[in-house]
Design a protein around this ligand. Structure first.
Ligand SMILES: *[C@@H]1O[C@H](CO)[C@@H](O)[C@H](O)[C@H]1NC(C)=O
Ligand SMILES: *[C@@H]1O[C@H](CO)[C@@H](O)[C@H](O)[C@H]1NC(C)=O
Length: 909
């Protein structure tokens, strides 16, 4: 019996040691769960240092408060929606040049087409989307990534499979804007707008040589990424750069191809451009096998912006007219999203004709970035086609945003919008007035489902919120036109209301993911309209003032650099009285330097240009602080108490990493001492028992009859509250650590993970295991140093919540703006260091990949690679790197304005 137990004990110990080794080798992952708790400890406003104070010489800004939209990637209001899908196509064409285009079989008039498919793999691989993964009526794009593949397999089995492909069809309009009410593009002579770019002088021959050398290196990397895409993922949305497969999260309309068009043009890759334009010809925007809903924001910034920008770059060359035609084709489909009573857009558009039988409303929790970032693309399209309806569509959104920004108590931070807005136009808490026309029993309540934790991504599937199917409701009386109420489904009516704060996260404000580009577009839209619409200026100024007042802060960093970041603020009561802050540093927020620089130049706010530089330097600092030289996706820093007199202080930094109070730590030590005393007693007891057992054995040996004694002695020592670095250090439950043979394995592992040495291990044969010695709790210093070592936390950071770098552009974007605006060559040097670090960390055999951990000095190994290359890598990141070393006349900011996906649109002359 004893013997058996002992062997089991040995086995368990061996297992535990193996686990220990494993954890040690992977300690960064090991500790991930703790990051959440330690990092973003929001400070109360009382303890909040003044985030930003203008230089003494500057006048303090008053608050003109407007409301801005925060954003969250939104959701569709009243139809089911599904997330984007990461779909692999392992059986897609692998090598050689792109396949010949499949004939376009689109018949826009027919709802359902029956397509005869020979083989999914061959026919139009990548081109004729309907043939790739056919849909059948009622088939819903599953969230399970594997399923579409299954579909492929089923269909591609040998002989011809018959399947029906559903196409979008122009729906009847429920709430058309009467011709006479269409808001036209502003007309007149464009206003004089101050020059944005620095007046660059001739460069020296040496400078030129260095610059051209760098330019060539950047182009080589772009060519590499493009060839990888062309070879392994042609006409799919994205290349998977490690596995050399493809995926289609954006409806499978060749997102990377469309997004890269103008980059190819700018880099002088003319043949590649022509080939890509030909491929655009064959994209069928009227159908997709991958999703039931079109993600409107992503589709507009990447596809619509991509085609319009590329067309503009060619100078409107009739040879490339197809780009504009396809943009119009896509825009016509997207116009359906504005067919709501208040003309505010649906953000996830259920495009199948079966969804268009009933009227719809915009979502009651629309993401701000999504709702506010359509303006530039539709404005440029209206300018290029002369169709005011495209401008009307977005002008109504901006009017609603402006009204909310100016409304008294419209949002908690005057001037800014919270993450979500209620764009439904329906006040569901207001009772319907009685009347004969209200034949419905009442307004159905919306189902409210708590949102998932905010991941803070502007793009990508992670950020999506889904709204459950919503019952239709409300009267059509707040739309531009009305219809016979009989036509509307029961429960449609509701009391109308304007755009308002709503949905979840109603009180969260930041310049990061889900909110960013709405603000970014105010000054850019001002440029698009040649300054003829002054509201964009006031909206920008209110935003900038509010950001300075409420969000900007200086971090405490080694060497005391004069840099800024923008925090995330939460209001708990709808005002600025009770605010909590997260001093976060996210890659997405890095666009803000460029925005302040641009706005500062065109609206003559020199202080803003300076702020733009300090914000951009913040991101450069974050890059250079990391072992890989690349900034992580999401981290936290320590704010300065006094932004004008701030010195790096290790004690403060350590305190931010470990906010556990000294009192708590003292208590832990007290408990430990008490437990130690108990443990000693128990050890003595166990020894005594063992001695007794030994004595019995001796007697038994003497007498042939063996004493049949199975008395167990179990050490029952309580350990002190043990420091467990994976948990917040608040409440440490005491738990039994004595590894009773047959006791809970988890306990043993817990003990082992805390480096408890099992004394039992050293017991001679047939003796009782002694109780485990309590673990001494870590001191503050030990704890912090352990975390810094395990998590590779650089000085100044309190937490690295998300260590990935996913090829994002925002930092180099701002660096480029700063270079073009200030003419300071040091920005080129900073950008070049970023480029070298990024390439070193992300290069794969065939392209570049998102990486998991920027705190590894030697990234580059496959385990650290995410196998993902989003379309913005070629569309934005490499383009900005390239433009930083191009001559300033190439995409001059005085002639061009770039959308949030870096697609250049021509400014009016
Ligand atoms: C909705 O209606 C309620 C009740 O009539 C009212 O108190 C509230 O202010 C309304 N909300 C909005 C945003 O108009
Ligand atoms: C709603 O917006 C309109 C302008 O679009 C404005 O005239 C009206 O006062 C607003 N209503 C409320 C209740 O804020």
């Amino acid at each position: 019996m004893f013997r058996f137990r002992r062997y089991r004990m040995l086995l368990i110990c061996a297992f535990v040691i193996t686990m220990l080794l494993y954890h040690v080798s992977k300690n960064s992952q090991w500790d991930r769960s703790s990051e959440f708790w330690h990092g973003g400890a929001g400070l109360n406003v009382e303890e909040r240092p003044r985030p930003y104070s203008p230089p003494a010489s500057e006048p303090v800004h008053g608050h003109d408060h407007n409301n801005q939209a925060g954003t969250d990637v939104g959701t569709n209001g009243d139809e089911h929606t599904f997330g984007p899908h990461d779909i692999d196509h392992p059986e897609e064409p692998q090598r050689g040049s792109p396949p010949p285009p499949a004939p376009s079989t689109l018949d826009p008039e027919s709802t359902i087409q029956i397509a005869q498919l020979k083989s999914v793999d061959q026919e139009g691989a990548g081109y004729g989307l309907p043939t790739k993964a056919p849909t059948v009526p009622g088939w819903k794009t599953p969230n399970n990534h594997a399923e579409p593949q299954e579909q492929n397999k089923v269909v591609s089995t040998e002989a011809a499979a018959t399947t029906s492909t559903i196409h979008w069809q122009k729906p009847k309009e429920w709430f058309p804007v009467p011709k006479e009410s269409i808001i036209p593009l502003p007309t007149g002579k464009p206003q004089a707008i101050p020059a944005i770019q620095f007046a660059f002088a001739e460069e020296s021959p040496t400078d030129k040589e260095i610059r051209l050398g760098r330019l060539a290196k950047i182009k080589t990397e772009a060519q590499r990424a493009w060839s990888g895409y062309r070879e392994y993922a042609w006409t799919h949305d994205e290349l998977k750069p490690v596995s050399k497969k493809s995926k289609d999260p954006f409806c499978g309309w060749a997102a990377t191809l469309v997004d890269t068009l103008d980059t190819l043009w700018i880099m002088g890759m003319k043949d590649e451009f022509d080939e890509a334009v030909e491929a655009v010809r064959d994209i069928d925007f009227t159908t997709t096998p991958y999703r039931d809903d079109i993600p409107v924001f992503e589709t507009i910034i990447r596809y619509l912006g991509g085609m319009v920008g590329a067309y503009d770059m060619t100078g409107g060359d009739p040879k490339y007219r197809i780009l504009l035609d396809k943009a119009v084709e896509l825009a016509e489909i997207l116009m359906g999203v504005f067919d709501t009573p208040n003309r505010l857009p649906i953000l996830y558009y259920n495009w199948k004709p079966s969804y268009n039988k009933n009227p719809r409303r915009a979502s009651s929790h629309s993401g701000v970035a999504e709702i506010g970032s359509m303006t530039m693309e539709f404005t440029r399209l209206a300018q290029l086609t002369g169709e005011d309806k495209y401008y009307d569509a977005i002008a109504r959104i901006v009017d609603a945003l402006e009204e909310l920004q100016n409304r008294e108590h419209g949002t908690a931070i005057p001037g800014l919008f919270p993450e979500h807005l209620d764009a439904s136009g329906c006040n569901r808490s207001a009772p319907l007035p009685p009347g004969p026309q209200h034949n419905s029993p009442g307004t159905p309540e919306q189902v409210v489902v708590p949102p998932p934790p905010n991941t803070g991504f502007r793009r990508g599937p992670q950020a999506r919120r889904r709204e459950p199917r919503q019952k239709r409701a409300a009267t059509p009386n707040n739309g531009p036109t009305t219809r016979d109420p009989e036509e509307f489904p029961p429960g449609w009516e509701c009391v109308p209301q304007n755009l308002t704060v709503g949905g979840w996260g109603g009180g969260s404000f930041s310049m990061g993911g889900n909110q960013d580009s709405t603000y970014e577009y105010f000054p850019k839209q001002y440029l698009m309209l040649g300054g003829l619409e002054p509201k964009y200026r006031t909206m920008h100024e209110k935003t900038a003032d509010a950001v300075k007042e409420y969000l900007l802060f200086r971090p405490m960093a080694e060497g005391d650099p004069d840099i800024l970041f923008s925090a995330k603020a939460y209001s708990s009561d709808g005002t600025t009285k009770k605010m909590t802050y997260e001093f976060e540093v996210t890659h997405l927020t890095c666009f803000l330097g460029g925005m302040f620089g641009l706005g500062g130049k065109i609206f003559n706010r020199p202080e803003d240009v300076e702020i733009g530089e300090r914000l951009t330097d913040g991101c450069v600092w974050a890059y250079e602080s990391m072992p890989a030289g690349v900034m992580p996706e999401h981290s936290f820093v320590v704010p300065c108490k006094d932004p004008t007199d701030c010195h790096f202080d290790k004690t403060t930094w350590y305190r931010a990493i470990d906010p556990t109070s000294q009192e708590t730590r003292d208590q832990q030590m007290e408990d430990y001492k008490a437990n130690m005393a108990k443990w000693k007693v128990n050890v003595e007891k166990a020894k005594a028992e063992n001695a007794l057992a030994e004595e019995r054995r001796r007697l038994a040996a003497v007498a042939p009859a063996r004493a049949n004694d199975e008395t167990e002695v179990v050490g029952s020592t309580k350990t002190s509250p043990v420091e467990r670095s994976t948990l917040e250090t608040r409440d440490f439950p005491s738990y039994e650590t004595a590894p009773k043979p047959g006791g809970k394995l988890q306990d043993i592992m817990d003990a082992a993970s805390n480096n408890v040495i099992t004394v039992a291990d050293q017991q001679p044969l047939d003796e009782m295991p002694l109780p485990i010695e309590p673990l001494r709790p870590l001191t503050h210093l030990e704890y912090v140093e352990d975390r810094i070592k395990k998590d590779h936390i650089p000085p100044g950071f309190s937490n690295l919540r998300d260590k990935r770098y996913i090829l994002r552009p925002e930092a180099i974007e701002s660096v480029w703006y700063m270079y073009r605006i200030t003419g300071d060559r040091s920005w080129q040097e900073k950008g070049w260091r970023m480029f070298e670090a990024v390439i070193r960390a992300t290069r794969t055999d065939v392209a570049h990949t998102a990486i998991r951990d920027v705190t590894t000095k030697e990234p580059g190994n496959e385990a650290d690679m995410e196998d993902s290359m989003e379309s913005f890598w070629l569309a934005e990141t490499l383009k900005y790197f390239y433009l930083l070393f191009e001559t300033p006349d190439v995409v001059s900011l005085d002639e061009w304005v770039l959308n949030t996906e870096a697609h250049p649109f021509r400014r009016p002359k």
